[in-house]
Ligand binder design. Structure first.
Ligand code: NDP
Ligand code: 8X3
Length: 249
């Protein structure tokens, strides 16, 4: 099975690995992200017949529309949407957090995601396609400093389940993918470029990789059309759960 897939956030990490995985299996990939040079590199690597670069900022509704309007022949009938673009900013507690960072996460992880999804729903319904939304374990398990980020990912999970309900009878499949730690540029972005913090988090932890998640996305997207994975949570073996905290007087 192959078709046309739009992957947001294909300039790095999970999205870039997914672009490679799907293109390598014969899919036509629309790759998005803000960093045009990285999208151009993907096109050079995988071929212009396989990958179309559509640079836009998820927060820019007009840019999303322009990019969709400009899709070339062969890339317009989108079968699968992977809503992957997103970010965490900061690890401060709510009382110390930067409101501008909270807004950027909400604008990207929620508003951008629902805008693109809304735009593509008619095409996805026409194709009996699939929507794979990248949520996170942070949607379900709160941790100190996760505040608004975890909130955005809980939205993504619940929005996915709601879409399943609304799209009942259309043949469109929807999945919430909920990874734990995967080594990508995620922590570099979260910490404002702190390589040491990123190395400390992933070092010795045998984290998942972008390729691990890409393989999972590929599996979900290529299941028989009668089968829907509603939500899928995955972690590296090295990660598990901790207990509650108690503040004592
Ligand atoms: P990366 O930082 O490596 O990749 C993030 C991608 O999102 C980049 O391609 C980036 O592109 C894109 N992006 C961010 N902001 C915008 C924006 N405003 N407009 C367009 N694109 C944007 O991190 P990951 O690959 O790890 O993250 C991918 C998704 O996975 C995110 O939604 C993240 O929350 C989620 N996730 C990650 C986990 C992890 O441990 N790594 C675990 C659970 C979920 P560009 O900068 O070029 O715009
Ligand atoms: C990314 C995973 O645990 O850092 O969503 O929030 S976590």
């Amino acid at each position: 099975m192959s078709g046309v897939i739009l992957i947001t956030g294909a300039t790095s990490g999970i999205g870039r690995a997914a672009a490679r995985r799907f293109a390598g299996a014969g899919w036509k990939v629309i790759a998005t992200g803000r960093r045009q040079e990285r999208l151009d590199a993907l096109v050079a690597e995988l071929g212009a017949d396989r990958v179309h670069a559509a640079p836009f900022d998820m927060r820019d509704e007009a840019a999303i529309d322009a990019a969709l309007d400009a899709l070339p022949e062969g890339f317009r009938d989108i079968d699968v949407l992977i809503n992957n673009a997103g970010l965490a900013l900061g690890t401060a507690t709510a009382q110390e957090a930067d409101l501008a960072q909270w807004r950027q996460m909400i604008d990207t992880n929620i508003t951008g995601l629902v805008t693109l999804t809304h735009r593509l729903l008619p095409r996805l319904i026409a194709r009996k396609g699939a929507i794979l939304n990248i949520s996170s374990v942070a949607a379900t398990y709160p941790y100190k400093g996760g505040n608004a980020y975890g909130g955005t990912k809980a939205f993504v999970r619940q929005f996915s389940l709601g879409l399943r309900s609304d799209l009942h009878g259309t043949g469109v499949r929807v999945t919430s993918i909920e990874p734990g730690i995967a080594e990508t540029e995620f922590t570099l972005v979260r910490t404002g470029g702190d390589q040491a913090a990123s190395d400390t988090l992933y070092g010795g932890a045998a984290p998942m990789t972008g390729e691990d998640i890409a393989e999972t996305l590929f599996w979900v997207a290529t299941l028989p059309p009668h089968l829907n994975i509603n939500a899928l949570e995955l972690m590296p073996v090295s990660q598990s759960f901790a207990g509650f905290q108690v503040a004592r007087a």
